[in-house]
Design a protein around this ligand. Structure first.
Ligand code: ADP
Ligand code: ASP
Ligand code: MG
Length: 814
């Protein structure tokens, strides 16, 4: 025979109950015990209604009306009209009793655990009765049986302890007498020897089903729910979670103990003794194989089988010299909690005997505190034991797996994953069974922790990167386009899943936690909320995604000032904005230190030479012990374009205009033409080669007339260029007569840096530099005479975007 249990969602609507019927009909087993939960949500509503009544809040009546309506409506849909009245009259009579009980609570202004159990049990009673009547009306050989006549518990209301002897006898007697094929039983409820209604704890219908399965020696216990089995993590928290096909009883128990709600933890014990297999299946996708829980796990080699979490945890610790070497303290500690019926979810003990620390539910912490202070009052008065330390609003995340005990290094991997993602660990514990490693963390970090651990242990190295993109103009838009067009390559070849979660321009910003649709982002962004840098940062922080990266595609100094906030929250920063690295040395230095301290990469390859790997190469030289003697470079793609295009057949004004229109200049072209942009670049190279330098120490031998430099708008600037056309033509003619080309050169030697226009003779490495190309010569200890040369396209939105992209990939491999 078979025992099947259908949870709240599976019986939440008439449509779902039809699905339940098909599953039972196609099960092919003659005798079946079918345990059902209350209609989805009803248990919660019953508890809320009771609370309202006990607080003498008349709103309870509205709530009760809803409960009534839900059941009556279901009957009207499921049961044929001519059979409805008998069913309706029984259900209405139950609802009247329920109303009387609630009224009693309302009048007295209180609810006892005993009354609460009686009230809350109506959810299952009504659902089982209605479902059985529906089955009968459909011609199934079915009947209803009140579980309270079978399962007997003590009077721990809300969490009855089962008397297995009596319960098993009752079940056997019932089975022997029963002639009906399908018995529908309400889950969750039971009764005490004195006939009072009790319940088996929240989620207890699973347990009811296991008790019946064991008493009746079922061949299998099927738990039908709203997911296709037990997953590697709660699929509602971790999208990538996968169904686990086989689990041992112990693993399933451990996962459910640590919060895999799909199976109520006590469920395993009754069936484990008799080795009855449990199959967890999905009512809404019955063809899925589901999870099989049995003695054998089919020899799975995977060490970590699942990751789960328990929310609402508090840590309570007892500390003090009085704990050292005195036997019996632990016993008194745990006895106190046990007498208060407080269950300990996790125990950690510091390596010294100096403290005992346990994780318990937030709901129990006040009671625990009072009781423990009472127990240790004497020691606390004498300062042998310190006042209790209590930390609330925590959660436990746990790795679970049978084979973990024989593998070294799993905890290291677990903690480094959490550390990299800035998840602060408050306590750790490894169960004596070594079937779990658990860590206590802040509640706000749970989703990030689960997802990053899942990535580490289950996703075959697919790493998700979550980008927050500031600036989607020229460069930003190209960058987003590159991510869009490369996404399948990134996933398949580089095992990177790059998602853009947030973006902003100067007007609006837009977030989508599931990843912004990169085909249609301009539309989404235009409808986004008003842009604000602080709100943007707060949102990124609050989303708290693993592997978060802030990407700055702007040239704004205000935005550059926010990098430290991101880094301090372990959010990587990738930027093509040069301001942060070329402003005060202290800020540059601080950002580098924050990046190290918070394990968050700070990358700015595009600050020099756009997409060319200049900074990266320099970094490699330095870390491999090389020393930079001299740098000579043409670092302005814009100026190079200008001086390569400018001759006596063009005007300087038109050439600069063209450079601007083709995206080779900064939005404000004076930044390029004044040489400031080149000064910033050489400054960054000098700093990256390990020297301290500030921008005012760089000599600038500029060529622009003062008047042009001092213009206050782009239009005025271009006007002034026209005025000085002759001077520019002279510069050109002079160089040409010397057989030279004009190049704007940056130099660093003997601790001094300078920039300026130079006449470059034929044969020089710089002479043939084309278009907007850049070139850098590094003279180093290893390359003393023949420099290391990097040369190529050094400006333009496309190459800059691909440089940012390369930085993102570097983070992916980090
Ligand atoms: P039912 O009402 O059918 O008893 P529950 O809500 O009690 O269903 O349990 C099913 C839910 O358990 C799923 O919807 C899922 O959100 C949650 N859950 C938590 N951890 C896991 C896990 N590791 N695998 C599957 N489901 C999980
Ligand atoms: N209906 C009860 C609850 O919601 C029992 C169950 O569904 O397992 O806790
Ligand atoms: Mg459940």
């Amino acid at each position: 025979m078979k025992v099947l249990k259908f949870g709240g969602t599976s019986v939440a609507s008439p449509e779902n109950i039809h699905k339940v019927k098909s599953i039972i009909q196609s099960s092919g087993e003659a005798t079946q015990a079918v345990i059902v939960s209350a209609f989805g949500g009803i248990t919660d509503t019953l508890l809320e209604t009771t609370k309202l009544a006990s607080e003498q809040n008349l709103e309870y009546k509205t709530s009760l009306d809803e409960i009534e309506k839900r059941h009556i409506d279901t009957i009207k849909v499921l049961i044929p009209v001519k059979k409805q009245s008998a069913v309706l009259s029984k259900v209405k009579s139950d609802l009247n009793t329920l109303e009387t009980l609630l009224e009693g609570s309302y009048l007295i202004g209180e609810v006892t655990p005993k009354l609460s159990d009686k009230i809350v049990g109506y959810g299952e009673l009504l659902s089982a009765f209605i479902i059985s009547e529906f089955f009968i009306s459909e011609g199934l050989n079915a009947c209803f049986k009140d579980s309270r006549e079978l399962i007997v518990t003590d009077e721990s209301f809300g969490n009855g302890k089962v008397d297995f002897q009596t319960t098993n006898d009752n079940c056997k007697t019932y089975a022997n007498q029963n002639k009906v094929n399908i018995t529908i039983l309400p889950g969750f409820i039971s009764s005490s020897k004195d006939g009072n209604s009790t319940t088996l704890g929240r989620g207890g219908s699973d347990y009811s089903a296991a008790i019946f399965a064991s008493a009746l020696n079922a061949d299998v216990l099927e738990i039908w729910t709203d997911v296709s089995g037990m997953y590697t993590a709660n699929p509602k928290m971790v999208k990538q979670a996968k169904c686990i096909s086989h689990l041992s009883y112990e693993e399933a128990m451990e996962l459910s103990h640590f919060g895999a709600k799909v199976l109520y933890p006590p469920t395993i014990q009754p069936v484990l003794d008799k080795e009855i297999p449990i199959v967890i299946k999905n009512t809404f996708s019955p063809e899925d194989a589901g999870t099989h829980v049995s003695k054998n796990t089919n020899g799975s080699l995977k060490t970590v089988r699942g990751i789960s979490h328990v929310g609402n945890i508090s840590l309570i610790s007892l500390e003090g010299p009085g704990l050292i070497g005195i036997p019996g303290i632990s016993k008194r500690f745990f006895e106190t909690l046990s007498l208060e019926s407080i269950s300990v979810v996790l125990i950690t003990q510091a390596s010294s005997e100096h403290s005992i620390c346990v994780g318990i539910s937030n709901d129990d912490v006040d009671r625990a505190q009072t009781a423990l202070e009472d127990t240790f009052a004497y020691e606390m008065q004498n300062h042998r034991i310190k006042p209790l330390q209590i930390e609330r609003d925590l959660a436990i995340v746990a790795l679970v797996g049978e084979n973990m005990k024989s593998h070294q290094g799993l905890s290291g991997q677990m903690f480094s994953t959490l550390g990299k993602n800035n998840v602060n660990i408050r306590a750790i514990a490894q169960g004596a069974s070594e079937r779990n490693i658990s860590a206590v963390i802040g509640k706000k970090d749970v989703k990030k922790a689960l997802n990053s651990l899942h990535e580490t242990f289950f996703e075959e190295n697919i790493k998700q990167l979550n980008l927050f993109v500031m600036g989607v103009g020229n460069v930003g838009a190209k960058f987003i386009e590159q991510i869009r067009s490369q996404s399948s390559y990134l996933r398949e070849e580089l095992k990177l899943n790059v998602r853009v979660i947030g973006m902003s321009n100067s007007r609006t910003m837009y977030f989508n936690e599931d990843g912004i649709d990169l085909e249609d982002w301009p539309n989404d962004l235009s409808k986004g909320e008003t842009a604000n840098l602080d709100t943007f940062f707060e949102r990124v922080k609050q989303l708290n995604f693993r592997n978060s990266v802030f990407v700055d595609n702007t040239a704004s100094s205000e935005i550059a000032q926010t990098y430290s906030d991101y880094l301090k929250n372990s959010i990587a920063v990738v930027t093509c904005n040069k301001i942060a690295c070329s402003s005060e040395y202290n800020y540059y230095q601080q950002l580098k230190q924050l990046a190290k301290k918070y394990n968050a990469p700070f990358l700015f390859e595009t600050n020099v030479g756009a997409g060319l790997p200049i900074i990266d190469t320099l970094k490699h030289l330095i870390v491999s012990g090389d020393k930079i003697h001299k740098i000579q470079a043409v670092l302005s793609g814009s100026l190079n374009f200008v001086f390569n295009t400018f001759d006596n057949s063009t005007t300087f004004h038109d050439v600069v205009k063209q450079a601007q229109e083709e995206g080779y200049t900064e939005p404000d072209p004076t930044i390029d033409l004044s040489g400031i942009d080149v000064m910033r670049k050489i400054l960054i190279l000098v700093r990256e080669s390990g020297r301290q330098l500030d921008i005012d120490a760089i000599e600038n031998n500029g060529f622009l007339p003062q008047e042009s430099l001092e213009t206050d708008s782009n239009d005025a600037f271009f006007e002034s260029l026209k005025k000085y056309e002759n001077d520019f033509q002279e510069l050109f003619a002079e160089a040409e007569s010397n057989g030279c080309k004009l190049k704007y050169v940056a130099q660093f030697e003997d601790g001094k840096a300078s920039v300026g226009l130079q006449q470059i003779p034929k044969g020089h490495d710089f002479y043939n530099l084309e278009g907007s190309d850049n070139i850098v010569l590094f003279f180093t200890e290893r390359y003393p005479n023949q420099p290391l040369i990097i040369k190529g396209a050094g400006a333009g939105a496309d190459v800059t975007a691909s440089g940012i992209f390369a930085d993102i990939i570097r983070i992916g491999n980090f």
